[in-house]
Ligand binder design. Structure first.
Ligand code: PEP
Ligand code: MN
Length: 274
């Protein structure tokens, strides 16, 4: 069968009207449950990630993020701490009890992710089909699949289909901004993707207001808009010294600003992060 409109895909809402709830180490996305993932773009040191983990937990985050393997545009930019970064992230998990989300770029590193709760596949790898196939073959651990910056929603869904077809039903989709003619923000948040994806799929959909805008001052309004338009959660970058962050400082909230964002989101969704 070809990839025609008539082909039923595993992601299709038509064949699965009830929303799928994905349990991420105890924090559930979808089916009415809303979670906030927060933490630094990159794990920079053990102290840094533990400090930020405690701060975001106190402010209401229900999962911790932190990149150890970083996909950087320039080979001379900080590439992440790799295996050491995963160890520090897991130490922060032990200290706070927060489930952790971190990006996998190479299947050869999969063993390092054994105690990670959610594996992120970044925008740049959304259509790395071999990686998606290998990942599904290795694990049923939840996968956070980010939309490629030039990917249609149909393409995002077909990438999710690789994971579902490979035997992993635990997929959370993430709208993280797309590249348009606009140069005024780092990317253009495509928030209508949320209700459109909900029409087309039973999978949960979250929004990343940090990469979608590239600017800390725009994170709270876009987070609130995402909550209002029906997202199942958020992933937000937080750093306690954004000016010296090794990656994405401009879009990182301080813990104080993150607390304000959580309060604003909860004024829209009182049951968020429960
Ligand atoms: C990230 O979450 O730090 C990241 C690199 O995101 P994206 O893949 O959406 O650019
Ligand atoms: Mn980042």
């Amino acid at each position: 069968m070809g990839n025609s409109d008539k082909t039923m895909n595993l992601y299709d809402r038509a064949g699965h009207p009830a929303p799928t709830a994905v349990d991420c180490g105890g924090a559930v996305f979808g089916g009415g449950e809303f979670q906030i993932i927060a933490g630094p773009c990159s794990v920079e040191s053990e102290d840094q990630v533990i400090r930020i983990a405690k701060a975001v937990k106190a402010a209401g985050a229900t999962l911790l993020r932190g990149g150890a393997f970083k996909p950087r545009t320039s080979p001379r930019s900080f590439q992440g701490l790799g295996a050491e970064g995963i160890r520090y992230l897991l130490e922060a998990k032990r200290e706070t009890g927060l489930p952790v989300v971190t990006e996998l770029m190479n299947i050869n590193n999969i063993e390092l992710f054994n105690d990670v709760d959610v594996i992120q596949i970044g925008a740049r790898n959304m259509q790395n089909f071999d990686l998606l196939k290998e990942l599904a073959a290795h694990t049923k651990k939840p996968v956070l699949l980010k939309r490629g910056f030039a990917a249609t929603l149909g393409e995002l869904l077909m990438s999710a289909e690789y994971l579902l077809e490979g035997g992993n039903p635990n997929v959370v989709l993430c709208e993280r901004g797309i590249r348009t003619f606009s140069r005024d923000t780092r990317n253009t948040p495509d928030l209508v993707a949320v209700p459109v994806l909900h029409e087309r799929t039973h999978l949960p959909v979250i929004v990343d207001p940090s990469h979608a805008t590239g600017a800390a001052r725009l994170v709270k309004p876009v987070a609130c808009a995402a909550a209002a338009i029906g997202a199942d959660g958020l992933i937000v970058e937080v750093h306690d010294d954004p000016a010296h962050a090794l990656c994405d400082g401009d879009q990182s909230l301080t813990p104080g600003q993150f607390g304000e964002m959580v309060r604003a989101v909860k004024s829209i969704l009182p049951n968020a992060c429960k």
